[in-house]
Design a protein around this ligand. Structure first.
Ligand code: GDP
Ligand code: MG
Length: 143
């Protein structure tokens, strides 16, 4: 088991629905610690850069528009197997396929508006964390 960090985003639909506390509660109950957090209004460049891997996909423009439709809460979560644990708690990309009790099953309305993002690998986590946070914005949780 590895102590890891992952990049978590509470997307505009879940922020608008006032689900920040409920979503954070699931991560904290699972033992993940918030080590960085900020609310941001993304613009086309910042949203597009974050999802650059999907630039050729037919849903790219809709995805960018959605991610710019209101503020997002961007966080770094730390803990044992944080990357896989976050994805498990988050649920499948399409909420219709998401397991009972996952965030996407409970808070997402569709594949376009699916409440949360979580990094999918150690490589992505490193890139995505540095996309939003400087090193000095991530705190040590030692006590
Ligand atoms: P994730 O890692 O589970 O968030 O999924 P992906 O990395 O594959 O896709 C990134 C985001 O693009 C997803 O969270 C969805 O919001 C959106 N997305 C992915 N696949 C589709 C699709 O087939 N149609 C639409 N409309 N959106 C999609
Ligand atoms: Mg992904």
């Amino acid at each position: 088991m590895a102590n890891e960090r992952t990049l978590s985003i509470i997307k505009p639909d879940a922020v608008a629905g006032n689900h920040i506390g409920a979503i954070y509660d699931r991560f904290e109950q699972a033992g993940l610690k918030i080590v960085a957090a900020k609310m941001l209004q993304l613009d086309d460049e910042k949203a597009g850069g974050f999802y650059a891997e999907h630039a050729e996909r037919p849903f790219y423009n809709d995805l960018k528009s959605f991610m710019m439709s209101g503020p997002v809460l961007v966080s770094v979560l730390e803990g044992e197997n944080a990357i896989a644990k976050h994805r498990e708690i988050m649920g499948a990309t399409n909420p219709k396929d998401a397991a009972v009790g996952t965030i996407r099953a409970d808070f997402a309305s569709s594949i376009d508006e699916n409440a949360v993002h979580g990094s999918d690998s150690a490589e992505s986590a490193k890139r995505e964390i540095s996309y939003f946070f400087n090193d000095d914005e991530v705190c040590a949780r030692t006590r």
